[in-house]
Design a protein around this ligand. Structure first.
Ligand code: GTP
Ligand code: MG
Length: 139
């Protein structure tokens, strides 16, 4: 059964390029409600834990150092069919292949600095949301 929540991070490139406000606006205009949110930064160790599913991939080291290179915005979002609809809103992993109007199409420059993360399943949405937020930080 599809849950109605997903997890996102606005990545260091998009934060550094001043796109936090525009991206949050796209998310809200897309019909998502913010359940939890924080502005923080990831150590190498925390970024490595978060992306542990990609440990064997050749780009894991680059991914971890990029994700710990500057502050990020983490959030839990709510909407019917949240995981799938949010992946549509953000667009393809490679921004050159992301559909016009998607967040990655508008704000990302490369496959490694691709502006935003979105959970890929209900199960991972729950795991990732709980990695960042306690029950007391969800509204
Ligand atoms: P996330 O929402 O961030 O999880 O992206 P995704 O689900 O669209 O892609 P995936 O989970 O397969 O990869 C996770 C992240 O690794 C991507 O968002 C990219 O930032 C990075 N990544 C994926 N493929 C490559 C690659 O070929 N090279 C590099 N440098 N990074 C990659
Ligand atoms: Mg992914």
């Amino acid at each position: 059964m599809a849950t109605n929540r997903t997890f996102t991070m606005i990545k260091p490139d998009a934060v550094g390029n001043g796109h936090i406000g525009a991206i949050l606006n796209d998310i809200i205009q897309g019909g998502f409600k913010i359940i939890a949110m924080k502005y923080t930064s990831l150590s190498d160790e925390i970024a490595g834990q978060f992306y542990t599913v990609h440990k064997e991939r050749p780009f894991y080291g680059e991914l971890v150092s990029f994700m710990s290179s500057g502050p990020i915005v983490a959030a839990i979002l709510e909407k019917e069919n949240a995981v799938e609809d949010f992946r549509k809103l953000i667009g393809a992993t490679d921004p050159s292949k992301a559909e016009a109007g998607t967040i990655r199409n508008k704000y990302a420059k490369s496959i490694d600095a691709n502006a935003i993360h979105g959970s890929d399943s209900d199960e991972n949405a729950e795991i990732e949301g709980s990695f960042f937020f306690s029950a007391f930080e969800r509204f």
